[in-house]
Design a binder for this molecule. Structure first.
Ligand SMILES: [Zn+2]
Length: 158
């Protein structure tokens, strides 16, 4: 169990394209463990490897329905539209409204090397899109049509 430092907006590593994982070895398994630990400690619902400075196509997501570890994830199909508020552990203190597909079909490899195809919608679909963008150096704020400060979000929730 180990926590890794979460890279913040302005760090070049967040803007680079990640490379596919070729072999799932001990190093990758440790990275998966550390990414989950780091995400839970930071109270996040998702974390991509570049956010801990590793340019590999790996994301972890838990929107409250258990931990999903996705290696080399790829969106096969997407449709519909949803507009909602997102934040990011790498962009602290702000949130933004982003339009995402309502449904996505994603293919990835799990930690045992097994291929998985997952179809999902709403928040889970949003989280997948957000995390996969990180693998191509894209931050949600690039796509947000409206940004909010932490204070504005707090007021909206009152
Ligand atoms: Zn993020």
């Amino acid at each position: 169990m180990a926590y890794r430092e979460i890279r913040k907006d302005g760090d070049e590593v967040l803007r680079k394209k990640s490379r596919p994982v070729e072999v799932i070895d001990k190093k990758i398994e440790t990275l998966l463990d550390d990414m989950a630990d780091t995400m839970y400690k930071a109270d996040g619902v998702g974390l991509a490897a570049p956010q801990v400075g590793i340019l590999k196509r790996i994301v972890v997501i838990d929107i409250g329905n258990g931990l999903f570890e996705m290696i080399n994830p790829e969106i096969l199909e997407q449709n519909g539209e949803q507009d909602g508020i997102e934040g990011c552990l790498s962009v602290p203190g702000t949130s933004g409204e982003v339009v995402r597909p309502m449904h996505v079909k994603v293919r990835y490899t799990d930690r045992n090397g097994e291929p998985v195809i997952l179809e999902t919608e709403e928040l889970f679909a949003r989280a997948i899109c957000h995390e996969l963008d990180h693998l191509d150096g894209i931050l949600y704020k690039d796509k947000a049509h409206k940004m909010f400060t932490a204070e504005e979000i707090e007021k909206m929730q009152k």
